[in-house]
Design a protein around this ligand. Structure first.
Ligand code: GDP
Ligand code: CA
Length: 357
């Protein structure tokens, strides 16, 4: 049984995990007649019901820095993006949230002046937040609450919040009129309300002093056979995960090769506004710059290997010179099949790195 751990943010991580699951379900040696055929689902639904085959387990270590309390409920955007995507419940057109969503509860909250008027919570989504909040109020940890909530669907991936504590990413900004005189705000306000347009001076993890990664996360990482870094936001998704005390130490202690997938293709962030986060920490929006930011494992950094897109092939020699073995492959996750091929390439690369070692 191969244990694969994936460090993951929300949307980019979710697409990669869905591809990894599809790759494993199709890989030779995987259990035939998985849940999709057992349920009599058509081929197009295979992805929905697929579980990782007996030969591999997939654990996602998920960013919780975007989490927050709003209107009385605990919101965990990245955990939910992954859960909805793997459950086939995500809105593919909008790119986030539940499919077939309505917003009746949000309009009532707005009428009461509760919550953020620019942050709409869908009705179905509020159901998830209420369920999570109820479990937390009953004394469960976020890890336990997540296990319970995700058990609703055959996700085929275990979702582990990186920490059970409330560590939230805040953005340090210029205290001008646009920021209403405030010098910092929750990441979610900066991202959703201001569309990352207020120049960010820094990202700060509130609550970091009193936290560690969960024991589940530490042992998943230490015991992993393969660790993949999803093409997620290097600053506020992967950076936040790596900033939780215990994670870097566990990564260093793990015997597993660590291979990352570039979230940057051709000098652009593909989807979203992650370039605003990178520039705040002085990292250019480029596949080689992000690789160097993560660093070569041999030099005390993160990576044993790095995947870049074909349009960035010319960057490969330079990244290799920095001590990070690099492979070129198509990195666009435009559909499940392409995402699955990308995941397969990452696993091939891991095998190759093992053979070299
Ligand atoms: P978030 O938490 O919802 O912002 O999602 P993540 O942090 O997991 O991922 C966001 C990042 O994923 C974006 O900044 C993109 O750089 C990257 N991304 C999105 N789609 C793709 C894709 O198709 N291919 C690659 N390589 N990266 C992608
Ligand atoms: Ca996120």
């Amino acid at each position: 049984m191969t244990s694969i751990v994936v460090l993951s943010g929300g949307v980019g991580g979710a697409r990669f995990l869905r591809g990894l699951r599809a790759h494993l379900a199709d890989a030779p040696g995987s259990a035939p007649g998985g849940p999709a055929s057992a349920l009599g689902l058509p081929d197009s639904s295979r992805d929905l019901a697929a579980t990782a085959p007996d030969s591999a387990t997939v654990t996602a270590v998920v960013n919780t820095g975007d989490d927050m309390w709003l209107s009385g409920v605990r919101i965990a955007p990245d955990l939910d993006s992954i859960m909805y995507t793997l459950a086939g419940e995500n809105d593919e057109v909008r790119g986030w949230g539940r499919v077939g969503e309505s917003e009746r509860v949000s309009s009532e909250l707005r009428a009461y002046g509760i919550g953020w008027p620019w942050f709409t919570l869908g009705d179905l989504d509020i159901g998830t937040h209420l369920a999570r909040t109820a479990l937390l109020r009953d004394g469960q940890t976020l890890t336990q609450a997540t296990a319970r909530i995700t058990s609703r669907w055959p996700l085929g991936v275990r979702l582990l919040p990186v920490t059970d504590s409330e560590v939230e990413t805040h953005v340090v900004v210029e205290p001008d009129d646009a920021a209403e005189g405030r010098s910092s705000m929750h990441f979610q306000e900066w991202w959703t309300r201001h569309r990352a347009s207020l120049p960010a001076r820094a990202f700060v993890q509130h609550g970091l002093e009193s936290t560690t990664a969960t024991p589940e996360v530490i042992s998943a990482i230490v015991d992993a056979d393969v660790i993949l870094v999803a093409p997620s936001n290097p600053v506020v998704s992967i950076g936040t995960i790596l900033g939780i005390p215990g994670v870097r130490e566990a990564m260093a202690a793990s015997a597993a090769p660590i291979v990352g997938v570039s979230p940057i293709i051709g000098g652009a962030v593909v989807r979203g506004m992650a370039d605003a986060c990178l520039s705040a920490i002085g990292v250019p929006t480029a596949a080689d710059a992000v690789a160097r930011h993560y660093g070569a494992r041999a030099d005390g950094g993160l990576l044993d290997g790095w995947l870049i897109d074909e349009v960035d092939a010319s960057l490969a020699p330079g990244i290799e010179e920095s001590g990070i073995p690099t492979r070129v492959a198509p990195l666009w996750m435009t559909d499940v099949a392409r995402s699955a091929r990308l995941a397969g390439t990452a696993l091939d690369f891991v095998r190759e790195l093992r053979a070299r070692a």
